[in-house]
Every structure is written in C-alpha cells, then in structure tokens.
Design a protein around this ligand. Structure first.
Ligand SMILES: Nc1nc2c(ncn2[C@@H]2O[C@H](COP(=O)(O)OP(=O)(O)OP(=O)(O)O)[C@@H](O)[C@H]2O)c(=O)[nH]1
Length: 834
C-alpha cells in the first residue's frame, strides 16, 4: 500500500491580517536546577479477570449515588530543592518572528526561573495534532498565555501567534512547520509541538510523532472526526502514542458535544472517556463540568478583559441545574464503569471497598486508573472547550500533566542498545541566518552538553555542538546540559538532518551496534532490523507532484543549489533531482501547496527569484506480462577486461501492491556461488533501473525479478556488473509491456445542501466516482475517488462553485492504470507532440 497521506484545503482562506508588533522585554536571567526524588511510575498491572460490567452486574451494585462534595485536590509541588545555575537568555532572531510581550517582573516570568532539567517524571513531550483549522495553533497560543510565557493573546487570523512564525504561516493562517515550544505548568515541564494540519505537510507530523510521548487530538466540535484526523490518528497508532481528545470550537454554530463524541467512537474505533460535559453549546457555551470531581467551571470576563484567566470552580449542586446534575451523575458512573472494565486494579477497588458508593472513591484512585488506561491506549479521555473564546484550556493543561505519560513511562526498544550512553534523535532543523542550522534534538539516554563532540550514526561523521538552547515560547535560553527525556535546540551541528541518530562517539555507536547485533541473533531478527532500531529515522512517502525550477541566471545556480540543500535538511519530504536529459533541476513535493511554499521561501529567505515550470504529476510505471532478457557487457578499460553476462526474468507482482522496491530472487545455481559484494552490485543495478522506467522515466512499481544466470569474468568491476544488470532489466521491462499508473485520490468534500448538485456535476467532469454521500449536521459530505491530475486548482473552482462555503481534503488512495487512450495522450504530451 502507498504511504497514506492526504491534503486539505479550506476553500475560504482567511485574508492576511495586520501583524501586530510588540517589543520584547525580558526579566533578569536566572535559572534553577531541580533535583527531586519524585518518581511516579505506573502501578503494576494485575492479570485481567472478568469484565467489570459483568462482575458488577453479578453483584448488583450498579446504583445511583449521592452527590460527592469532594473538592478537586490541587496538584501540590513535590519538588525537593532548587539550586541556582548559570543561564543566558537569547532573544529569537528568527527572521520572521514578531516579538511579543513577556512579563518583566521577576517571579512572573516562569521561563526565566524555570528549572533547566526537571525530573523526568515531570516532563511531558506532547504534540497537538488535528485536521486543518481545528484550532491547534489557537489552543497552543492560549497554553503559552495561561502558563505565563506571553502577555498578549495572539490570533491566527491576525497572524501574530508564537508558533506560526513563518511569514507564509502568518499570511495564510495555517501551520506549515511544526513548532516546538517549552513552558511550565504547575511544576511540570511541557515540551509542546504544534503540528501542521494540512496534508501536504504530513511528513512534518510524522517526524514529530517520533519524539512525542503523548498527544492532544484537537477536533472542531461542529465537524467531529474529519479526513485528516483519521490520518494523524493512524500515525499516532503506528507510534503507539497515548492521546487526549479536545473538542474545540464548542462556541461555534452547530457545535455538538454528543455528535463529536459519537464520531470519535465510530470513526476512530476508540473508547472515549468523558471527563467533562459542556455547560451550554454554541452561543450558550459558557463553561464545563468536571465529571471526575463534579465541579462546574464557569468562565467570567472581568470588567476590562475576557482572556479566560478568570473562572469560577465550585461543586455542581442539584439546585444549580437538576437535569445537568443528573447528567453528570450518570456520566460519572459510566466513566467509573468504563475504567473498571479496562483496569483490573481499579475494578477490584470499586467492587470491594466502594461497591456501595462510587462517590467515595478517592479522586487520586480514579485519576490514576484513568491514567493507566490512557497510557495503555485502551481508552481516550475527552475534554471540551473553545480556545478562541478562552474557555477550557487550563483544564486541558491539567489533563496533559495528569493523564499523559512522562518519558520514562514509554518504552523504546532501541534504548537497550545504548545503556547509559548518549542516544538522541534530531527531529527538526531550522536555518538561522546568523547562527547556521539549529537542530532540535530529543535525548533518550545519557546527556548532551554544549562544546562537545557528538557522532551522527546516519551520516557517519563526528560533529561539534557549540550551544544548547531551550525554546521557551519565542525566546531561547542557553542551558548547560540536557538530560534524558528532554528536548532542546543545538547550535553548531552542520551535517545532522531530520531523523538522524546522535550518540557520543563512534565507539559508542559500534558498541550499540554490537549489542543490537547480538540481540538480533537471539531474537532471530535480521541484522537490518537491528540496524533500523539503531537508527530511528523518518519514513517519507514518495512525492506526487514535480516541476522544474530555474534560477534567474546561471550565476545564481550555485545559490539556488545551496538554498535547496538547506531546505531539504529542514524538510525530508522535499526531493530535488537533476533531469539527466536537460540538466534542469527538478523539485518534487507532496502537493501544490508544498511546492508553492518552497518557491516562496526561496524568494523570501534566500533572495532568489526562481521560475517554476508547470506542475506535473508523478506517475508510475508497471509491467503487464512476464518477460526474460539477456545482456552481455564486454569492455576493456586500460589493461583490464570487464565481461559480464546476465539473464533476468521480470514478472508483475500479484500480492502486495504499490511498492517501488522490486522483490529479487535468485536461481539456485546463482545464489550458491554469490559473494555478498556481487549480490549488492546486482541489486543496485536492478534498483537503479526501477527508479526510471523505460517508457516515461517514472518509477516502476509492483514487479518481481529473478536473476536466472550470471557469468562474471574475474577482473570485472562491480560497477560494470551493475551496469550490465541495469541494461538487462531495461530490456526485460520493455519486452514485458509497460503500463502507466496515475495517482488516485480519496476526495472528501463538505458542502451545504444548496451547493451539493454543483459540486457533484463538477466532480463528474473530473473523472471522479462518488462512493458515498453522508450527512454531517446540516452539511453533506461527499466521499469520492478522483485522479490527482484532475484536482489541479480544485480549491479555486470549488470556492467559486460554492461561494467559498465548501471545504475538501485529498488523500492518496492508490495508483490506477490509465486506459490506452489516456496513456497514448499522455505519451504525446510528454513528447511535445500536442
Ligand atoms: N469559533 C471558534 N473558532 C476557532 C476556535 N479555535 C480556533 N478557531 C478559528 O479556527 C481557525 C483555525 O485556527 P488555527 O488555530 O489556525 O487552527 P490549526 O488547527 O492550527 O490550523 P492548521 O495548523 O493550519 O491546520 C482560525 O480562524 C481560528 O480563529 C474556537 O474555539 N472557536
């Protein structure tokens, strides 16, 4: 299957707003180092027995219970003592940052008084992920505000949020790059990554997920689960990341808590744990009830400000609102049932001591049980609010600290190879004009210190790191060390790119490789499996669009090459190659928007005005039949004779589809006498010929290859073997008959009833096939399949057809064969005949 990705375009993009500018004021630089013996590991699990529901039914204990007047216990600091260390504050010089207000009084600016290396149990590495426009950036901005790191609330629509700092992000009101920010909330260090929702930047989400321990999935409460939510949810499943759901936009027209929860349950196939219920919906939304504590939280604007800082939290009494009171009571009983069903330790407690009265269950016991089931990914806590209207974000922050895991509660298989040696992962690169590349790293084991040499396993090189910085909101604070579980920025690493593994030395890498190798033998794992554990890289799907890119003059070619190589280090989904026939530079990307943004960044950040050729589709080639070919290469170079005879068979693959990696087999007579280096040379030859198919030069997919025979003269170099095999492959592929495949996209359009027929008529003209039309509140959701070639400029057309009211998402589904007419039309176009 192709790597899943999709893209979403809102047909109504907000216009760029005025950029508010503020001056940066910093408090005095001071840092404290935390040393604490606090260790909050998960309680040991007990073997599961019958379900709680079954057992409680047997015992007949499912009753309604009286009000629990317990107050929520505040999280008191468990810190031991603080020790002063040196720290330097550096204001961000990122070219595009608008500087923001920070509290100036000492004691107010938490970042400047923060501990540098909090105890690992107090760290939360969290991602915010969602469908485009669900409100990730707005929620992040509120978190920074309530935790005291910014003094004014930025707005996505005004283009002045902290995390969307690129000019393109601020102008378009979308997140393009993930942004990592650090802040403290109630004695916890939160490293938070705001990820893009637009599918062209899915790889950006994927690489962040590698370093996260938990995630907050944000939903638009009026839309529930949308297409890109499914994609990011699948990505989080793949990395086994515990999650919390935040139903945002509860203030919006048509917001529905019940609808959103149902869609989470049905579409994401997960068990939602309702930890809150909203008080009011849409226009009447004014607060929430904490189902765990049965307290109501009502936000109240002060006379001059409605920034959400002022809220009242008090027990919900029956007299306040009898029906809400009953709803909360039921919700709490259901929650207890659900958790007991999933957690034996809690079930025992509930069935024993508290079987007569659930209200007496201590809060900490219930919370610990919710935490255990969340960490085990058996269920997902659900909270709600409205980030834009400043409601619900503080309880969300509390939930992050309470229910999402600390780094030491996650298990990473590769850690065992490193023991206590340094193992860190570079997960993001930013280019800073004055300081060069800034590399974000997460430390898994050992510690990282500035002014030290480190070894990059992927690049097999030693590099020197000059400084370590913590990205507190949009300030960066220099720190003396980085401990396991934490995230920071490094200055000075010139070779390291996204996805690289960093260790202390070459010897330490070798020792880890030996341990991994030994283990691989023990567990019957292949050496390449062990290697992949050692190198925690990022999977990048193949691009679907490409175009030529030209500098304004030949003199600027070198500058353009440099700019592209910097951008590629930041963005592994950007591919750059040279057209072997024309010598032109080719830019390959994940979507129209992706290429547009790269073009814009080259102009703004590197000052090069480039010209893009027309956007083209990255088709694939495959074969129709099995075929055999033989090739002989006989060449004398200097005094050496290179002589190879190869015979190969190619066949269409029947099983697993959409892979450009051919399955290679050897005839028994060949494999018996094949040295490893020669095998590598043969496989290089086969792979190279699959990169550029014989018909139009597109990658060849879904083929099996058998090396039938191979004769090699003793003096022949391996390069000549590869060349002969490659030529033989090309012959075999041509004989087998080439079929062109085009990317087929899953398209989901959300449109009002009034504009439905216009959208459907347009779809019919685009070779689209409609699979389903669903209802989502007052809107219709059209699920269809459409060739990628027919989606160029679709956002503009849909916007005009629906007066800007529709939204759509596209996701690569598969590659489908072009019919013979379409294929010959494409051939003619590519040859310039039409
Ligand atoms: N009504 C309402 N609008 C909101 C809320 N939160 C965010 N918005 C608006 O929704 C739009 C998108 O918000 P963002 O915070 O940029 O959403 P995002 O998920 O970060 O978007 P991408 O990163 O581009 O995917 C903006 O116009 C926000 O003002 C909310 O709670 N209620």
């Amino acid at each position: 299957m192709p790597a899943a990705f999709c893209y979403a375009i809102t047909a109504t993009h907000p216009e760029p707003g005025p950029h508010s500018r503020h001056k940066l004021r910093l408090g005095p630089a001071e840092a404290l180092h935390l040393e604490t013996a606090d260790n909050a590991g998960p309680a040991e699990r007990r073997p599961r027995g019958n379900s709680f529901r079954d057992r409680s039914r047997m015992l007949g204990i499912m009753k309604k219970f009286p009000i629990n007047a317990l107050k929520s216990s505040s999280f008191c600091s468990e810190y031991g003592y603080f020790r002063k260390t040196k720290m330097r504050v550096i204001s961000v010089t990122q070219q595009n940052h608008n500087l923001r207000h920070f509290s100036s009084s000492q004691g107010d600016v938490k970042s400047l008084r923060s501990v540098i290396n909090p105890h690992i149990s107090r760290i939360r590495n969290i991602g915010i992920m969602a469908h485009i426009d669900a409100g990730k950036t707005t929620t992040t901005e509120r978190m920074l505000y309530y935790s005291g790191y910014i003094r004014t609330l930025g707005d996505v629509d005004d283009g002045d949020t902290v995390t969307d700092f690129m000019v393109q992000e601020r102008e378009r009101g979308i997140t393009i790059q993930s942004a990592a920010v650090t802040f403290d909330w109630k004695d916890y260090r939160i490293n938070l990554i705001d990820t893009p929702g637009h599918v062209d930047f899915t790889v950006e989400v994927e690489r962040c997920l590698r370093v996260l321990d938990g995630a907050v999935a944000v939903f638009d409460a009026s839309a529930g689960v949308e297409a890109q939510t499914l994609t990011v949810w699948r990505q989080a499943n793949k990395h086994q990341i515990p999650r919390i759901c935040f139903l945002n936009k509860m203030d919006k027209n048509r917001a529905s808590f019940t609808y959103a929860v149902e869609s989470i349950e049905q579409k994401l196939k997960t068990k939602p744990l309702l930890l809150q219920l909203p008080i009011g919906e849409a226009k009447t939304f004014r607060g929430l009830v904490d189902v765990v504590t049965k307290e109501q939280i009502i936000w109240k604007p002060t006379s001059h400000l409605d920034d959400g800082k002022n809220f009242e939290q008090k027990p919900l009494l029956e007299a306040d609102d009898p029906s809400l009171f009953q709803e909360v009571q039921d919700a709490r009983n259901t929650l207890i049932e659900q958790v007991a069903d999933l957690d034996d330790e809690f079930a025992e407690l509930v069935l024993g001591e508290y079987s007569e009265n659930f209200d007496l269950i201590p809060l900490d016991k219930l919370r610990s049980a919710i935490r255990r089931v969340t960490l085990a990914q058996k269920a997902v806590p659900v909270l709600c609010g409205s980030a834009l209207k400043n409601k619900g974000v503080q309880p969300l922050l509390d939930a992050i600290t309470m229910y999402l895991p600390a780094p030491n509660e996650r298990s990473y298989e590769f850690l065992q190879w490193y023991k206590d040696d340094l193992c860190a992962l570079a997960f993001k690169v930013l280019h800073d004009k004055s300081r060069g590349p800034l590399v974000f790293v997460r430390v898994y084991s050992g510690s990282l210190k500035p002014q030290s040499a480190v070894y990059n396993i992927n690049k097999s090189c030693t590099e020197r790191m000059s400084r370590l910085l913590l990205p507190f909101a949009d300030q960066q604070i220099e720190i003396p060390s980085l401990m396991p579980g934490n995230i920071a920025l490094t200055v000075g690493l010139k070779q390291s790119a996204t996805g690289d593994t960093i260790v202390s030395s070459k010897a330490s890498a070798a020792a880890a490789a030996r341990r991994a190798g030994r283990d691989a033998l023990g567990q019957k794992r292949s050496a390449s499996d062990a290697e992949s554990l050692l190198l925690a890289g990022v999977e990048v799907p193949d691009p679907v669009f490409f175009c030529t890119i030209e500098p304004p003059s030949m003199a600027k070619q070198q500058d353009l090459d440099n700019a592209l190589s910097c951008l590629q280090r930041e963005d592994p989904s950007l591919k750059v190659k040279l057209d072997p026939d024309t010598g032109q530079t080719i830019l390959c990307g994940m979507g129209e928007l992706h290429i547009e943004i790269i073009h814009d960044r080259i102009k703004r950040e590197y000052g090069i005005e480039t010209y893009l050729g027309p956007l083209q589709i990255a088709y694939r080639e495959t074969i129709l039949n099995a075929a055999q070919a033989t090739d002989v290469l006989d060449k004398t170079v200097g005094d050496k004779r290179h002589c190879v005879t190869a015979e190969l068979e190619v066949r269409p693959r029947l099983g697993e589809r959409a892979t450009t990696k051919p399955a290679i087999e050897y005839a028994a007579s060949v494999i018996e006498v094949l040295p490893k280096e020669l095998q590598e040379a043969i496989e290089n030859g086969i792979m190279n010929s699959c990169i550029q198919g014989p018909l139009l030069g597109f990658p060849v997919q879904d083929i099996d290859v058998t090396v039938q025979s191979l004769t090699v003269h003793p003096d022949t170099s391996h390069t000549m073997v590869s060349a002969c095999v490659s030529r033989c492959m090309q012959k075999a592929l041509k004989k087998a008959g080439i079929q062109i495949l085009e990317p087929l996209m899953n398209l989901e359009i959300t449109v009002s009833e009034d504009h439905l027929s216009a959208a459907l008529a347009d779809l019919a003209q685009r070779r689209g096939s409609i699979r389903e039309i669903q209802s989502r509140q007052d809107n219709r959701v059209v699920v269809a399949a459409v060739p990628l070639a027919e989606t160029m400029g679709y956002s503009t057309v849909l916007r005009s057809l629906t007066s800007g009211s529709a939204t759509f998402t596209l996701e690569l589904a598969s590659y489908q064969a072009l019919n013979s007419q379409e294929q010959s039309a494409l051939l003619q176009r590519r040859m310039g005949l039409v």
